[in-house]
Design a protein around this ligand. Structure first.
Ligand code: FE2
Length: 427
């Protein structure tokens, strides 16, 4: 009789320590030196990085893998993307949305991405996306935590039926309250939407995650209202502002007042560097603003900041891989997070930090936690961000769900070794 169902041996954890990990059913049963133990399956991770799974705190599963349908985004702007999504949702079906979302979730699992917070559009009266993604949430439950955000894409007040439909979506079981204050018709209606949405979350005991100030307009200050409402309604630690790109362009004095408010209000921030670098600054000539919020400044104030992926092959973004290390890599560059400590932090921003923002209580590599982890062909978190390496083994809820052979280049050079590996850990 095996002591463990799965034993992962010799792996290097993100903090640099080494430990064997013993798994029984869907939980981590033991960690440390487990030499001499028996197991139904042994995964040798000697010299490899063993990490808790990647977590994407911001995505759109209803739109993903739809690139080119019915046309591409010619201007490359957020607003044309929203208009194009409006055309797509008229012609798509629930089955097509399920197929696309399930295909994306397969990609995600192969990359060790085992928790996703996806916004779902709540503006159409048929709530096609909500129906589709509730089914997907159920289907992927054995291996992927899917958290859904009720997202009135066309504006909670701007769209005539968004209020009623967003409430219906929450009644149907959507998990989190979303919104888009900068897309409402006026600043005043944007502010009112933040207040109304936070009130709904407080009344229902739900988390909040708004697309907030995704604009280059320095006077788009809905994040201030979001923080104030979080504080007023006792929602500290339960509210996230996604994008927050206007902070890039804000006056420094105003930001010096805003950051302490956000910290006191327990707000979290979710920038989406791949998308923000593509969509923002489109109205600029030169210099062109880069559209990333003030990541390091927020972190210095103790505000949790996690990288989100946002889009893969959809009306807003034509590329994407479901690899959160691609996201961290871009965030590191645009945010100029180049010190060893900052590079390591970029890895935490696609693992531990978003897990806390999503309130994933059983997340992590510790005894008693859910047995979900990924073995990477890298020596440490910095090398993982640099290489975005193969995911050699992915374990979800105590089951091996994805495996990949190590891929070394074969050389034919006189006087040189026959193969080359790009690994060269930074200590
Ligand atoms: Fe988004």
């Amino acid at each position: 009789m095996a002591e463990f169902d799965i034993l992962v041996t010799g792996g290097t954890l993100p903090d640099g320590s080494t430990a064997d990990i013993g798994i029984v059913r869907d939980r981590i049963a033991a960690m440390g030196d487990l030499a001499g133990s028996t197991a139904g399956r042994v995964v040798d991770a000697t010299g490899d990085l063993v990490s808790p799974p990647f977590v994407d705190p911001h995505f759109h599963l209803d739109a993903t893998l739809s690139y080119g349908t019915p046309r591409i985004n010619a201007s490359g702007t957020l607003l044309e993307g929203i208009a194009l999504w409006g055309e797509l949702k008229e012609i798509t079906t629930i089955d097509a949305m399920i197929d696309r979302a399930m295909a994306y979730c397969d990609w995600a699992v192969s990359m060790g991405l085992l928790a996703i917070r996806s916004h779902v559009d709540t503006c159409d009266d048929s709530l096609k996306g909500v129906q589709a993604l509730l089914q997907v949430r159920e289907a992927v439950k054995p291996y992927l935590d899917l958290q859904l955000v009720a997202f009135p894409q066309d504006g909670f007040f701007r769209d005539p039926t968004a209020q009623a439909n967003t409430i219906r979506a929450l009644d149907m079981g959507v998990d989190v309250v979303g919104g888009i204050p900068h897309f409402e018709r006026t600043m005043e209606e944007g502010r009112a939407s933040v207040e109304a949405l936070c009130r709904i979350a407080a009344d229902r005991g739900l988390l909040v995650d708004l697309h907030c100030d995704e604009t280059d307009d320095p006077l788009s200050r809905h994040v201030e209202t979001l923080a104030h409402q979080a504080q007023r309604l006792g929602l500290q630690g339960r509210v996230a502002g996604s994008h927050l790109t206007s902070m890039h362009s804000m006056d420094n004095y105003y930001v010096s007042k805003l950051l302490p408010l956000m910290a006191e209000a327990g707000l979290a921030a979710i920038p989406n560097p791949l998308i923000n670098i593509v969509l923002q600054g489109r109205h600029d000539t030169y210099p062109k603003r880069r559209g990333l919020t003030r990541v390091k400044e927020m972190q210095a104030m103790g505000i949790p900041v996690a990288w989100g992926q946002d889009c893969v092959r959809d009306p807003w973004y034509s590329l994407g891989t479901a690899d959160m290390l691609d996201v961290a890599f871009m965030g590191l560059h645009v945010g100029q997070m180049t010190s060893p400590e900052e590079m390591r932090r970029c890895f935490d921003m696609v693992t531990e930090v978003p897990a806390r923002i999503l309130h994933l209580d059983l997340y992590g590599l510790r005894v008693g936690a859910m047995a979900s982890l990924v073995v990477l062909d890298a020596g440490d978190p910095i090398e993982a961000v640099r290489l975005r390496p193969d995911r050699l083994c992915v374990i979800a809820r105590g089951k091996v769900v994805s495996e990949q052979a190590r891929n070394d280049a074969r050389l034919s050079l006189p006087g040189r070794p026959g193969s080359v590996r790009r690994r060269h850990p930074v200590r």
